[in-house]
Design a binder for this molecule. Sequence first.
Ligand SMILES: C[S@@+](CC[C@H](N)C(=O)[O-])C[C@H]1O[C@@H](n2cnc3c(N)ncnc32)[C@H](O)[C@@H]1O
Length: 255
Amino acid sequence: MWDPTQYSHFRDERKRPFFELLMRVDVDAPRHVADLGCGTGDLTRVLAGRWKDARVYGVDSSDAMVEEARRRPPPESLRFEVADLAGWQPPAPLDVLVSNAALHWVPDHGALLKQLAAKLAPDGVLAFQVPANFEAPSHRLIDDVRALPRFAPKLESVRRGHAETLATYEALLSGLGLTVDAWETAYLHVLPGEDAVLQWLMGTTLRPVLSALGPEEGRGFLDTLKPLLRQAYPKHERGTPYLFTRRFVVARRVR
Ligand SMILES: C[S@@+](CC[C@H](N)C(=O)[O-])C[C@H]1O[C@@H](n2cnc3c(N)ncnc32)[C@H](O)[C@@H]1O
């Protein structure tokens, strides 16, 4: 379902929130670090570079992403694995658990955060970033096209990503005995290229939709969506402005 090349199209825009998240992770010498939903693993390598003495685990459920992550031999301290992030068991309690732009694909964040917090060592840090753009015109237009009779039957069971509010994340995690630092940032990306917002969405949000539809119907879906996106996000000489909001949480286990 995942396509590493399409995902890497807007690499710089997608990378920035990871570094802004990491800036708030104040851990000196962790022994075990995980990146859950690591994708192509470029950012997992950043973790291995920051904490050279730690064992670092990059975990992703997509064979294609993990294959891409392993293409360049990782340093000895870093291991990539194919696994579901919620069920994955670390070999030892984690001092740092990072997840960048992945948890929104997993349902029931109440249950999920419980599972993730249980993987932490005492004083361990859980740091995640999730897109919070689900009410943006781009996502609303995807919903409209999904609802058309020619697509709806095949897409009924295809999940839409979701994120909880910052207040809900704070309440859930403090209830689990963690202290919480949570914030939201809106990025105004000015995307280069033709049909840039469609290209952006094809790297992430549209993956499950296109995978459920198959090549021919998938093309029909994109042909229907394209003019709607062009109208909602006009292209200028400088590029296509696309406002994108993300939520960040850094939580430390205190008991
Ligand atoms: C948008 S990409 C982010 C990749 C990487 N964290 C980054 O920031 O470049 C989302 C990744 O989450 C992975 N993913 C989604 N659901 C998952 C799950 N339940 N378990 C493990 N990985 C999952 C996908 O396979 C995909 O590689």
